[in-house]
Design a protein around this ligand. Structure first.
Ligand SMILES: Cc1cc2nc3c(=O)[nH]c(=O)nc-3n(C[C@H](O)[C@H](O)[C@H](O)COP(=O)(O)OP(=O)(O)OC[C@H]3O[C@@H](n4cnc5c(N)ncnc54)[C@H](O)[C@@H]3O)c2cc1C
Length: 232
């Protein structure tokens, strides 16, 4: 448990609903000047005023883009969960003050590989966009974004759709694996994979890369983006 974290704050300068389930937020803060930004950072945002309400819950959101001149961060917040964070985002309006812990992250860009697998769902899409945009142009990328509906897919910050998107509904992790197996390119050199998003799919694909493709753990960044409620 972390203690004595300095709570930072910023102003919501724009909030826009991109589609049924995704809100795009632009947050401006002088506190962002203090960070040594690395693509792949996340922001732990308090679901309310973190300065006056002790023990307020936070939710982690990926930094979709950082613009250092005006100190503006973009995030994409999804509402598929219908949970606390999803309800909170729908109450926000321009000018609101948001509270967060200093940005940091573990799913950072790794530029040492020759080629990349970027695999995830809509909730992790902004994270993968940020990694992809910051990889140097000579890197080869295999992408696989799975969505429940075509309507859930939103473009990158520059309006582009740089990935391959697949509608898979119902989401069956083994089906995602089969499709990836069928599509896999023949890249040479060292690979690195980001496997993010829906928990069961992340676990299935992580096992596939480790056990069938024989990739080392240090070539994999796998992260379920939320915890499953246990079946009763
Ligand atoms: C490294 C990291 C980066 C993240 N980046 C983002 C981001 O950029 N944007 C973003 O929206 N979220 C992101 N998340 C997820 C985010 O932190 C929340 O966990 C998620 O949005 C759900 O929070 P909630 O309060 O809305 O729902 P909760 O109240 O926490 O969850 C309610 C229930 O809904 C289910 N659930 C949760 N999330 C989803 C989902 N996406 N789809 C379907 N069911 C779900 C779960 O079973 C959960 O028990 C990230 C998580 C991690 C670990």
């Amino acid at each position: 448990m972390e203690t004595n974290i300095e709570i930072q704050k910023g102003q919501l300068i724009e909030i826009k609903q991109l589609n049924r389930h995704v809100f795009h937020l632009k947050i401006q803060s002088e506190d962002f000047d203090k960070m040594q930004y690395v693509p792949g950072f996340t922001l732990d945002i308090y679901l309310g005023n973190g300065e006056i309400l002790s023990n307020l819950e936070t939710r982690k959101y990926s930094i979709w883009n950082y613009e250092p001149v005006h100190q503006i961060i973009d995030v994409a917040i999804c509402t598929f969960s219908n949970g606390k964070g999803a309800h909170w985002v729908s109450t926000l309006k321009n000018g609101d003050i948001l509270y967060f812990n200093p940005p940091k992250g573990k799913l950072l860009i790794n530029e040492s590989a020759d080629y990349y697998y970027l695999i995830g769902d809509i909730t992790s899409l902004s994270h993968l966009y940020e990694i992809n945009r910051n990889l140097s142009i000579n890197k080869k990328v295999f992408s696989f974004i799975y969505a429940y509906s075509q309507r859930d897919i939103f473009p990158d910050i520059d309006g582009s759709f740089p990935f391959d998107y697949y509608v898979i509904n119902p989401l069956i992790p083994e089906l995602v694996q089969q499709k990836i197996e069928a599509l896999e390119p023949d890249f040479s050199g060292t690979g690195f994979a980001y496997i993010l998003g829906e928990p069961k799919t992340v676990i299935t694909l992580h096992d596939y890369f480790k056990n069938q493709k024989k990739w080392n753990s240090n070539q994999l960044r796998s992260k379920p983006f939320w915890k499953e409620i246990k079946d009763i």
